[in-house]
Design a protein. Structure first.
Ligand SMILES: *Cc1c(COP(=O)(O)O)cnc(C)c1O
Length: 356
C-alpha cells in the first residue's frame, strides 16, 4: 500500500498476506515462536540475511501489520510496537542516548515521561533541560554540545500547549539532534510530525488509537536507519506488544479517522460552551481563536483534537468540587476512550510536579 492513498483507504486496506483460508479480516497469530524450514533457513533468519518471523519478542504478523499501517499513516518507513506507551517513550530515548548525553524537553509532559527524565535517566548519567512551550526561543539556548535529543509533546498533556514542529525540526537538524515527538494527543489523523521534519514519532496507542479503553500499547516510528537502533534495544530488552493487542489495534486504526472527526467536533462544541461560563478562568483548545497558538494549530493540525483543558476560578478546591459533582462524565485518568472523561492532573497524573 502506498502513502499517496487516502488515510481511510490505508487504514482499512493495509492487511497482511491472506492465509490458505482466504479470510477477509486478518486472523490472530497467537504463537510465541515460528518454524524454520531447515538449518540454512534458520541461519539466514538469525543473520538477518532474509526477513521472517523467529520469535514473537522480535516480530509477529499481527504486530507487523499494525506497525506497517501506522508507518503509512504517519508517513514514515519503520517502527516498533511496544507493550505500553511508556515502553515506547523509554525505548525511544535509551536507543539513542549514552552516559554523559543530554536531552532537551518541553516542560509540559506526560507525568511518567517527566519521571524518566528527572528520576531514571540521571542514574545512568543522562541529564536534561526543560524549556517552556510558550518560550520556543529557549530551545536553542538549552542545546549543549552533548545534546542528543529534543523530546516534545504537541499538543501537550495536560496544558494543550503547541510547539511549531517544522521550526523545531530545522533547529534540531541544524545541530544534528534527533527531534522526538510524542504524537499521542493528535494521532496520525490530525498531525504527522515526521512529514513536518521530526525524526522520531512516539505513541501511546492506549489512547485514541485503540479508542475503546481496552488495551495498553505504544509505538516508536521513524526512518529505517533510526528504527534499527530501537529494534535492537526492543529485541533484547523485551517490551514487546502482545500479538492479541496488535491484532486489536490494527482493527482499531480502521475507524480512527471517523472517530477523530467526531471527537474533534464534540470537543470544539464543548470548548466553545465552556468559554461562555463565568466560573471558568480560561479554556484552552487549539482551534479556539483564543488559543495563543491558534494560527499554528491551523497550520499544523487537521482539526483541534479531542481534548479540552480549562481552569476554574477558585483554584484547586473548585477543581475537586467540579469533579465530585460530575454525573455521566467519568472521572478517570485515561483519555481517548469512547466514554468522555474529565480528570484533574494536579491531583492525579501530574501530582508529583511542584506547585509552580
Ligand atoms: C498516556 C500517555 C503516555 C503513556 O502511555 P501508556 O500507554 O499509558 O504507557 C505517554 N504520553 C502521553 C502524551 C500520554 O497521554
Amino acid at each position: 500500500m502506498s502513502q499517496d492513498r487516502h488515510f481511510e483507504t490505508i487504514a482499512i486496506r493495509t492487511q497482511m498476506e491472506r492465509s490458505a483460508q482466504k479470510e477477509h479480516s486478518a486472523p490472530l497469530y497467537l504463537t510465541s515462536s515460528f518454524l524454520f524450514d531447515d538449518a540454512e533457513h534458520a541461519k539466514a533468519l538469525f543473520n538477518e540475511d532474509i526477513q521472517g518471523n523467529i520469535y514473537s519478542r522480535y516480530s509477529n504478523p499481527n504486530n507487523d501489520e499494525f506497525i506497517e499501517k501506522l508507518c503509512l499513516l504517519e508517513g514514515t518507513e519503520d517502527g516498533v510496537a511496544t507493550a505500553s506507551g511508556m515502553a515506547a517513550m523509554f525505548l525511544s530515548m535509551v536507543a539513542f542516548v549514552r552516559s554523559g548525553d543530554h536531552i532537551v524537553a518541553s516542560r509540559s509532559l506526560f507525568g511518567s515521561t517527566h519521571q524518566i527524565l528527572t528520576q531514571i535517566l540521571p542514574r545512568w548519567g543522562v541529564t536534561h533541560t526543560y524549556v517552556d512551550a510558550d518560550r520556543p526561543e529557549d530551545f536553542e539556548q538549552a542545546i549543549q554540545s552533548n545534546t542528543k535529543m529534543i523530546f516534545i509533546e504537541t499538543p501537550s498533556n495536560p496544558a494543550i500547549d503547541l510547539i511549531d514542529i517544522t521550526w523545531l525540526s530545522e533547529l534540531a537538524t541544524k545541530h544534528d539532534i534527533i527531534l522526538n515527538v510524542d504524537n499521542c494527543f493528535a494521532t496520525p489523523y490530525l498531525q504527522n510530525p515526521i512529514k513536518l521534519g521530526a525524526h522520531i514519532v512516539t505513541h501511546s496507542a492506549t489512547k485514541f488509537i485503540d479508542g475503546q479503553g481496552r488495551v495498553l500499547a505504544g509505538a516508536v516510528l521513524g526512518s529505517k536507519e533510526l528504527i534499527k537502533e530501537v529494534r535492537f534495544m526492543a529485541r533484547h530488552t523485551g517490551p514487546s506488544l502482545s500479538p492479541f493487542h496488535g491484532w486489536l489495534l490494527s482493527k482499531s486504526l480502521e475507524t480512527l479517522a471517523v472517530r477523530m472527526e467526531r471527537h474533534c467536533e464534540n470537543a470544539f462544541k464543548l470548548a466553545q460552551f465552556l468559554e461562555t461560563l463565568p466560573e471558568i478562568a480560561y479554556v484552552k483548545y487549539p482551534y479556539l481563536p483564543s488559543h495563543p497558538q491558534y494560527e499554528l494549530a491551523k497550520k499544523q493540525m487537521r482539526l483541534g483534537g479531542g481534548l479540552v483543558s480549562f481552569e476554574l476560578r477558585g483554584g484547586i478546591e473548585a477543581g475537586r468540587n467540579f469533579l465530585n459533582k460530575l454525573q455521566m462524565i467519568s472521572f478517570s485518568a485515561n483519555l481517548g476512550d469512547t466514554r468522555t472523561i474529565a480528570t484533574h492532573p494536579a491531583s492525579t497524573t501530574h501530582s508529583k510536579l511542584t506547585e509552580e
